[in-house]
Design a protein around this ligand. Structure first.
Ligand SMILES: [Zn+2]
Length: 243
């Protein structure tokens, strides 16, 4: 599946059970995000022209990095990740810091830190059009808080919430149907959420993906993104863990 968006080409690459990896292109530049399975990733790059400049890693979990070294080697791509978490990532060719950006085709590629799921989790921004947010933010949900505090995670979600509303979010998993059930239980009077949940049920019943999702839609429907305080976020996260 490829879509054209704001001058970018976005290709969703499903792998493992419910992971999504992503291939993003702009004016001849290309980047692959979170390749868990090298063989699947290589096939996807070959289908899109067989050229790859960057392999971007959002965080150190195996289901996001396992295929990274082999994919980068196959196409001579640079392996890119968070400098502060480099010890837990495959050997990086380019270690980036918070707010650092590089040219990407006719646009830019910027890394921002979004800790909470893991302490070194980052999000990659393509221009002001796309955010590859890994396991920080899901559609109607967010990642589990393995290495953060509610304050840290809430700050990261707020950082994503203040991006351009039309930003397309490339999330790391297809968890939306289960997330919708929880979201409806904590925000039953939210009309936008009810409408989104119906769309998600239809898509999943037809075996179709619910990601990418638009930030503006998540701002209306995602309880974790809508939490006003770290305390509210903490209550929601704990409730979801037990749901
Ligand atoms: Zn993870």
């Amino acid at each position: 599946m490829s879509i054209a968006y704001a001058g970018f080409t976005i290709t969703r690459v499903p792998m493992l059970t419910d992971n999504y990896a992503w291939l993003v292109g702009h004016d001849g530049a290309s980047a692959f995000i979170d390749p868990a399975d090298a063989a699947v990733a290589i096939e996807a790059v070959d289908r899109q022209g067989g050229k790859l400049d960057y392999v971007l890693l959002t965080h150190h979990h195996d289901d996001h990095i396992a295929g990274a070294a082999a994919l980068a080697a196959r196409f001579g791509a640079a392996l890119v990740g968070n400098a502060a978490d480099a010890a837990r990532l495959p050997a990086l060719d380019m270690a980036m810091n918070d707010n650092e950006s590089i040219a990407f085709g006719g646009s830019t590629l910027k890394m921002i830190t979004t800790p909470g799921h893991t302490s070194g989790h980052v999000t990659y921004l393509f221009g002001d059009a796309i955010a590859a947010c890994g396991d920080t933010l899901f559609s109607l949900g967010c990642g589990r808080m393995f290495e953060g505090t509610p304050e840290i995670f809430h700050t990261s979600l707020h950082r994503l919430a203040t991006l351009a509303p039309d930003t397309m979010l490339l999330c790391g998993h297809e968890y939306t149907l289960a997330n919708a059930r929880f979201a409806r239980s904590v925000d039953p009077d939210n009309e936008a959420l009810m409408a989104r949940a119906r769309v998600v049920e239809k898509l999943r019943a037809a075996g179709e993906a619910t990601i990418p999702t638009r930030l503006a839609d998540e701002l209306l429907t995602n309880p974790f993104l809508r939490a006003q305080t770290p305390e509210e976020f903490a209550r929601l996260r704990a409730a979801k863990d037990r749901f």
